[in-house]
Design a protein around this ligand. Structure first.
Ligand code: UGA
Length: 443
């Protein structure tokens, strides 16, 4: 089948490459000419495991191509997928400018039946606005062709996006007529072989499903972080509590890991946007506001522990930071707790030596040559001349480090473990002061 995808970002590229991999002819469009040029030269601009291979294989096979030409793009695909960004407005609601630009482009060039598919995370009611935008362009041109608008949100996790696309847990399709449902079933048939994974519903429910899923996951995390903060004050160990509650199958073990806050391009933005949507509908979403608030505070939790440990010695101290991306497996630092920590330390006159396996370039772009921040090429170099180590993102390579070497390199043997990766007893035995998240009396 022929598929056009607007937006060569993370969602668009993964979606395009995966549809091509199963034999479809995919054309990806972007307004960013430099990006399209790089992609046509075989350069994949984002780090996502498995993606580069997919892109190379499918472009070589002629099933995947990139363009900036909107006319060519609209002429190509029966499916016109919108996978452009919906950045937050000043008030936190999703900015639909790019989505509606694409809708107008489709209407401006369409000359036969098309299925317009919203893949971007969009507020409830967006499909109606997309429909109106396409129709207005058709009307302006005096052209009469049919089209449908479908909501088909993505549930890809950064770092596992290709795997998530190829083996989805569910494929949500919000449609309001049976013909589009049949077409989407055909398109997704290769990913829906052994179990029925398609969940068909009306458009508005599908739009809300995406936000509800992310908000639920963010809620689990903030809830656990709140329990962790409480555990510290009550002298309990959240890691024991986590296992204790996770064993209840109604609760489950997934997504109940406490830490130094959630980040990324989705949870923070989507929780806020849902809250704004609620407010616009005349409903005060108190739980969502609290989820957001707990997370904002949690991103400062390592800083608070450092303030408590060093007291008025903090100015002038050097802290080594391991892990800067918002989670392992990605070079993305959007809303990352590491950035809050770096800002906080620099503002307090401390210095930072930081290392990340993938996100150094992104941090360099964000902080420039900021005084007091040094990015170093290996984890142990970060420790040289440092007075303490903070683990911020739990990359695998930090799981089992050489603690003796760490102790020798650090001016003072203290570890702030933002992800509860290390064993507090082992570290105590090795002579470290250890601060985890919610592990006994370590506030
Ligand atoms: C999230 C969702 O998991 C995807 O299903 C969704 O498709 C995606 O957003 C999106 O809307 O596009 P992602 O942002 O890639 O995916 O990252 P997650 O793996 O969900 O992690 C989010 C944050 O939560 C990270 O900062 C992570 O460290 C934190 N987290 C996660 C915890 O603090 N504790 C946990 O138990 C799990």
């Amino acid at each position: 089948m022929k598929v056009t995808i607007f937006g060569c970002g993370y969602v668009g590229l993964v979606t395009g490459a995966c549809f091509a991999e199963v034999g479809n002819e995919v054309l990806c469009v972007d307004v960013d000419a430099a990006r399209v040029e790089r992609l046509n030269a075989g350069e994949v601009p984002i780090f996502e495991p498995g993606l580069e291979d997919l892109v190379h294989r499918n472009t070589a096979a002629g099933r995947l191509a990139f363009t900036t030409d909107p006319a060519e793009a609209v002429a190509h695909g029966l499916f016109q997928m919108i996978a452009v960004g919906t950045p937050p407005d000043e008030d936190g609601s999703a900015d639909l400018r790019h989505v509606l630009d694409v809708a107008r482009t489709i209407g401006a060039h369409m000359d036969g039946y098309r299925v317009v598919v919203d893949k971007s995370t969009v507020p409830v009611g967006t499909a109606d606005r997309v429909r109106e935008a396409v129709a207005a362009e058709l009307h302006r041109r005096g052209v009469q062709v049919e089209f449908d608008v479908v909501c088909n949100p993505e549930f890809l996790k950064e770092g596992e996006a290709v795997e998530d696309f190829m083996k989805p847990e569910r494929i949500v399709v919000g449609a309001d007529n049976p013909r589009t449902v049949e077409l989407l079933k055909l398109l997704y048939a290769p990913f829906n072989r052994n179990h029925e994974r398609m969940v068909i519903m009306d458009v508005r429910s599908a739009e809300l499903t995406k936000y509800a899923a992310n908000a639920m996951l963010a809620t689990k995390i903030s809830f656990m972080n709140e329990m962790a903060n409480l555990a510290e004050r009550l002298g309990a160990d959240i890691e024991k509590v986590r296992v204790g509650i996770g064993s209840d199958s109604r609760i489950g073990y997934a997504f109940i890991y406490p830490g130094c806050g959630y980040g990324g391009s989705c949870f923070p933005k989507d929780v806020k946007a849902l809250e704004r949507m609620a407010a616009a509908a005349g409903y005060e979403a108190r739980l969502l506001a609290a989820v957001e608030d707990v997370n904002r505070r949690q991103k400062e939790v390592l800083l608070r522990k450092m303030e408590a440990h060093y007291g008025d010695r903090l100015p002038g101290r050097t802290l080594a930071l391991w892990g800067l991306s918002f989670k392992p497996g990605t070079d993305d630092i959007r809303e990352a707790p590491s950035c809050v920590l770096i800002e906080g330390l620099l503002a307090r006159g401390a210095r930072v030596r930081a290392y990340d396996p993938k996100a150094m370039e992104a941090v360099r772009r964000r902080f420039g040559d900021r005084d007091g921040l040094e990015l170093v090429p290996s984890p142990y170099e970060a420790l040289e001349g440092a007075d303490g180590l903070a683990l911020v993102t739990e990359w695998k390579e930090f799981r089992s480090p050489d603690f003796d070497r760490i102790r020798e390199l650090l001016g003072e043997p203290v570890i702030f473990d933002g992800r509860n990766v290390y064993d507090p007893d082992l570290l105590a035995a090795k002579g470290f002061a250890y601060y985890g998240i919610g592990r006994g009396r370590s506030v």
